[in-house]
Ligand binder design. Structure first.
Ligand SMILES: Nc1nc2c(ncn2[C@@H]2O[C@H](COP(=O)(O)OP(=O)(O)O)[C@@H](O)[C@H]2O)c(=O)[nH]1
Ligand SMILES: [Mg+2]
Length: 371
C-alpha cells in the first residue's frame, strides 16, 4: 500500500469524471479499482466500481458486436429489444422472418441465400420488437467457418436467441447439437441465471470470500481454485450458488443468454438438451411465444398536453430507466429533457423523476422536454 493512496484514488476519480468515451471511462475505473481503499469500510465503494465496470464492458462488447467484423456483417442495433434468428442453412429462418415481421427476405432452396443480417419489425400488442435473421451457421462457426465468428458475435448481442428448426425429429436433434455446441464454444451460457457476485482485485488480504454461506457445495474447492488463479481477490457472493456456477459467473468472457427453439415442422412442444422447443405454425402464437420469452415490461407514455388520449405502450427491458425510454422514443428527448412524471411505481402519483429513474411494468410516464 502506498502512502499517497487517497491522492492516487482522487486523481483516478477525477479522470473518470472527465472521461468522455467508454474506453476512457473503463480505463479510469480500472485505475480507481487499483487505488481504492482496501479496508472493510470501503466495501460499498469497491463493489460500486465493480458494477460500473461490468456495465461499461458489456456496453463496449455490444458496440463492438454491432460493428461485427471487418467486412461489415452488421445490423443497426436500436434500443428496442432484439431477437436473433439462428439456424443452419435452409432451416426456415427467412420464412419465419417474413411471417412474423414486415420484412421481405429472399426465400430459396439454396443454402446461404441470406448473406447479411435481415431485419424486420414484429408488432405485438402495439409494441415493436426488432427481429434479425442472421446468416446461416455451420459446424465450426466458432473457429471462423463461413463468417461464423461474426455471426456468433451478433447472436451474443441479442436479447433472445431463437433457434429455427425444421424437418424430422432426428434432423432437429442434429441441428440443435450443432447450434448449442457452437454457442457454448463461443462463450454463451444458455438459459442459466447468472449468480449475483462481485469481484474486487484490489487490496492485499489474499483470498477473501464474503457471503461464504451462499456456496452450495464445498467452499474449500472454491478457495483452492481462487488461490491458483489470484494472489489477492475479494469475492462477494450475494445469492446461493454452486462453485462451478460461481466460477462461470467470474469469467467476464461469458454471455448469459436466453435461448428457445421454434420447430416449424414439429407437432409437440418439448425440451431438448435444456432448450424449450415450441412446435408451431400459427403465426400469432409464434409472436406471443417470442414476446413472452423476452421478459419485457410494458410502460405507457403520453404527452403531458394530451392526458385524455390513449397512452402509447412501449416494451422495455427489465430495469430500464427513463433515459432508456427516451432513447427508444426519440434521441432528442435526452438532450431536451427537463423531467418526467410517473404514475405506478413512483412513491406518489405523478411524482417528478429524473433520467436515471428505474421504471416498472405498467408505469405511466409523461416526458417534459424543453421546446
Ligand atoms: N419442411 C419445411 N420446409 C420449409 C418450411 N418453411 C420453409 N421451408 C422451406 O425451406 C427452404 C429454406 O427456407 P428459408 O426460409 O429460405 O431458410 P433459411 O435459409 O434458413 O433462411 C425453402 O425451400 C422453404 O420453402 C417449413 O415449415 N417446413
Ligand atoms: Mg435465409
Amino acid at each position: 500500500m502506498t502512502t499517497n493512496f487517497d491522492y492516487e484514488y482522487g486523481k483516478a476519480l477525477e479522470q473518470y469524471e472527465n472521461a468522455k468515451t467508454i474506453d476512457e471511462k473503463i480505463k479510469a475505473l480500472e485505475l480507481m479499482q487499483s487505488t481504492a481503499p482496501s479496508h472493510k469500510g470501503a466495501e460499498n465503494l469497491r463493489s460500486d466500481i465493480v458494477g460500473k465496470l461490468a456495465k461499461l464492458r458489456q456496453k463496449l462488447e455490444k458496440s463492438k458486436a454491432v460493428k461485427g467484423g471487418s467486412k461489415g456483417l452488421r445490423f443497426a442495433r436500436d434500443d428496442s429489444a432484439t431477437v436473433v434468428l439462428l439456424g443452419l442453412p435452409n432451416s426456415g429462418k427467412s420464412t419465419l422472418l417474413s411471417k412474423i415481421t414486415n420484412a421481405n427476405p429472399k426465400i430459396s432452396d439454396y443454402a446461404f441465400t441470406t448473406k447479411v443480417p435481415e431485419i424486420g419489425i414484429m408488432e405485438y400488442q402495439g409494441t415493436k420488437i426488432q427481429i434479425v435473421e442472421l446468416p446461416a451457421l455451420v459446424e465450426g462457426a466458432n473457429k471462423g467457418r463461413a463468417r461464423g465468428k461474426e455471426i456468433l458475435s451478433l447472436a451474443r448481442n441479442g436479447d433472445l436467441i431463437v433457434l429455427v428448426l425444421l424437418g424430422s425429429k432426428e434432423a432437429t436433434e442434429y441441428s440443435l447439437d450443432v447450434l448449442i455446441s457452437e454457442l457454448q464454444l463461443s462463450n454463451v451460457v444458455i438459459n442459466k441465471k447468472k449468480p449475483q457476485i462481485s469481484i474486487n482485485k484490489t487490496g492485499s488480504q489474499g483470498i477473501e470470500i464474503l457471503g461464504e454461506r451462499n456456496i452450495l457445495d464445498a467452499p474449500q474447492k472454491l478457495y483452492n481454485i481462487l488461490k491458483q488463479r489470484y494472489s489477492h481477490i475479494i469475492l462477494r457472493i450475494d445469492e446461493k450458488a454452486k462453485t462451478d456456477d460461481i466460477l462461470e459467473a467470474m469469467d467476464s468472457t461469458k454471455s448469459y443468454k436466453k435461448v428457445i427453439g421454434i420447430w416449424l415442422d414439429g407437432n409437440e412442444d418439448c425440451t431438448i438438451k435444456g432448450i424449450p422447443i415450441y412446435s408451431m405454425k400459427i403465426i400469432p402464437e409464434i409472436k406471443k411465444t417470442i414476446y413472452n420469452n423476452l421478459d419485457l415490461i410494458i410502460v405507457y407514455t403520453r404527452k403531458p398536453s394530451e392526458k385524455d388520449n390513449d397512452n402509447v405502450p412501449v416494451a422495455l427491458r427489465q430495469n430500464s430507466t427513463v433515459k432508456d425510454l427516451c432513447n427508444l422514443l426519440h434521441k432528442e428527448f435526452i438532450l431536451k429533457f427537463k423531467f418526467a412524471r410517473v404514475w405506478g411505481s413512483a412513491k406518489y402519483p405523478g411524482q417528478q423523476v429524473s433520467l436515471n429513474y428505474v421504471l416498472s411494468a405498467n408505469d405511466i410516464v409523461e416526458l417534459y422536454v424543453k421546446n
